[in-house]
Design a protein around this ligand. Sequence first.
Ligand SMILES: Cc1cc2nc3c(=O)[nH]c(=O)nc-3n(C[C@H](O)[C@H](O)[C@H](O)COP(=O)(O)OP(=O)(O)OC[C@H]3O[C@@H](n4cnc5c(N)ncnc54)[C@H](O)[C@@H]3O)c2cc1C
Length: 381
Amino acid sequence: MIDFQPDDEQLAILETVDRFMARRLPPEEQRRRDEGHAPPYDLLPEMGALGLLGLPFPAAFGGLEADWRTVALVQERMGLRGRMAASIFNRVIGFGGMSLMTYGSPAQREAFLPGLIAGELLFALALTEADAGSDAAGVKLKAARTASGWRLNGRKTWISDAQGASHLVTIARTDPEASRHAGISALLVPTDAPGLSMTPIPKLGNNCMPSFEVFYDNVDVGEDALMGAEGQGFAAMSQTLKYGRGGLAASCVGAAQRAVDLALAHAKERVQFGRPIGAFQAVQHRLADMQMRVDQARLACWHLAWLIATGRDSTREASQAKVIASEALQYATHHGMQILASAGYAAESEMGRLWRDARLFSFGEGANEIQRSLIARSMGL
Ligand SMILES: Cc1cc2nc3c(=O)[nH]c(=O)nc-3n(C[C@H](O)[C@H](O)[C@H](O)COP(=O)(O)OP(=O)(O)OC[C@H]3O[C@@H](n4cnc5c(N)ncnc54)[C@H](O)[C@@H]3O)c2cc1C
């Protein structure tokens, strides 16, 4: 039997999230940060002190050993209260920590997991290149063997949070002779390594998650920078995609619920023709359709979280959750804008920001077309 009621421990954690978000990232603070392009990295140590960044990790590293259902609930709640917090939370847990747990060496876990859990370190993923977007196995950035490790040369693009990160998990070509996937390895590169530089990419939205072009000019790292086995970087990274996609999806559900809540409040308050606009059936049906999409997406995310928590295969469901939730968010914000009309188009409107930022998620973190192809492949096509 499936139980949808969070247990007492989960409810207590969600209350902690609510209090933290109300204190540190209320809507006006989010607006201020968005306008100032100020990422909330300064909140990481407090998120760490509250135990949030250690949720799924072993106690030996400072973690709480919660299962993935709890992580998904927190991702959704942070998406509801302020997606910019969910973004860095997902980067630390779904990407950084889970990469170390899945394919990091014991020494790397020892060295970096406590710092990630405490909110002192941040890993970013350096995968995309100018000619390798959806075709990620086409990466060309070269890592050549040296006497003591690796020397990296090349360029990455659209690397989010690169400047705020302590390390870049860099997906590099270590064997130019091997077939596409087999010649790729993952290397942990400190952002203060000599020869590494970056320039910001001006962009349309998600202002609190700055993205960078990153240049590697004879960047030397030691042998111990290799994550997983040489030539296995692509396969290793693929094993962690479910955490990243699941995290993005859950935070999209929270943000989509926020869009519904804002639109509902507006529909009750805004009076035209002598009645609240929510009295018009056209507005009611729009809201009903928005809420249905959000509830469907929530179920997809909870199903994925249950599969992960119980150790079941979830590759297909991670793609499904990512597609369903990103499209639910776009649907909810698109129709939310219609309900708010001019009030949503004002520069300070939260709905406007949600709508603008939502545009990224149907192609970021693996385009939805690619997810659909993966789902079709899992169906034997
Ligand atoms: C704000 C932002 C933040 C990002 N952050 C990061 C990051 O932190 N780290 C990182 O490594 N990357 C990051 N990226 C890159 C992101 O992952 C890529 O944008 C994404 O994978 C798509 O690649 P592309 O933009 O090159 O599009 P393309 O691959 O050029 O795709 C263009 C269009 O063609 C379609 N298409 C391509 N191939 C196929 C196919 N086989 N079948 C059907 N349709 C196809 C796509 O679905 C898409 O609609 C970020 C991007 C943005 C915009």
